[in-house]
Design a protein around this ligand. Structure first.
Ligand code: PTJ
Length: 246
């Protein structure tokens, strides 16, 4: 039983989710290490969504609403922490969810598949029944992608990702939205839009922002996108961390 009076109760709740997902064969062993790294950066940004990150979340919403074929690419950590929000976003925009794992095993795929099927996701790609094609110039288990999903997509959402894929997807003229607490990671640096925030706060905020902009004229949304610069966003995120040491 977790003690609700504990000063770090919320953090313990997320750790508990991570441990349970590991026991259920959803999370990779390394997923625990990735979560710890995330916690460290979350501490450094003050464990809250900064105004800069809220602005970036709004830009991500604009991209989702102006793209033709967005896809939500999910791994073990994302599934452990925000599977309900992933399913909600998929339903809100009527877009597919694609499982794409770095530590891919048939067993993990089946376990993650079950989670999204139970949440009623309509189009679940990247399972062992799918038709795959390799991502050009990308080696390793993340390279094969669904022909109907990431291959066809103009916008790929890749939260909590390790560093070898964003660059290759960008080279294919796809826009990349990433959530990563580490503004210095390769994925953060090579994505089109990097939300430097904890996925547990960012996912509900993306959904709220999409609902806010859903009836806006696409031209207005495109204007917001055109005025956004991910380099400035990342520099602001780094400055927010530096300010915490002053
Ligand atoms: O499920 P798999 O097999 O696809 O494997 C997934 C992991 C996450 C293990 C794999 O992609 C990996 O090793 O990733 P990295 O290289 O550890 O990168 C994960 C990034 O996510 C790091 O930059 C972390 O700081 C960041 N991160 C961790 N937890 C969170 C986070 N960012 C936002 N919210 C979090 N809760």
């Amino acid at each position: 039983m977790l003690n609700k009076d504990h000063p770090r109760y919320q953090s313990l709740v997320y750790r508990d989710k991570i441990v349970k997902a590991h026991k259920q064969g959803i999370l990779a062993d390394s997923g625990m290490i990735a979560h710890g790294r995330g916690e460290t950066f979350d501490y450094l940004i003050g464990e809250k969504t900064t105004p800069n990150s809220q602005n970036t979340i709004d830009i991500a919403a604009c991209y989702f609403l102006t793209s033709k074929n967005p896809v939500l690419s999910v791994n073990g950590n994302t599934t452990a922490l925000v599977s309900k929000e992933v399913a909600e976003l998929s339903k809100l925009l009527d877009i597919p969810v694609e499982i794409n794992l770095y530590y891919r095993t048939p067993e993990r795929i089946r376990n993650i598949e079950k989670v999204y099927n139970n949440l009623g996701v309509k189009e679940l790609l990247g399972t062992d029944d799918d038709d795959f094609i390799d991502t050009p110039n990308l080696n390793g288990p993340r390279s094969p992608v669904s022909i109907e999903g990431i291959r066809k997509a103009d916008l790929v959402f890749i939260p909590l990702e390790d560093g070898d894929r964003a660059e290759k997807l960008s080279a294919l003229n796809k826009n990349i939205i990433n959530i990563d607490l580490n503004p210095l990671s390769r994925t953060a640096q090579t994505s089109t839009v990097t939300i430097v925030d904890n996925i547990v706060r960012a996912m509900p905020a993306i959904i709220t922002s999409i609902n806010k902009y859903i009836d806006y004229d696409k031209k207005n949304l495109q204007e917001k996108i055109d005025n956004f610069d991910n380099k400035i966003n990342l520099n602001n995120a780094i400055q927010d961390i530096i300010k915490r040491f002053e």
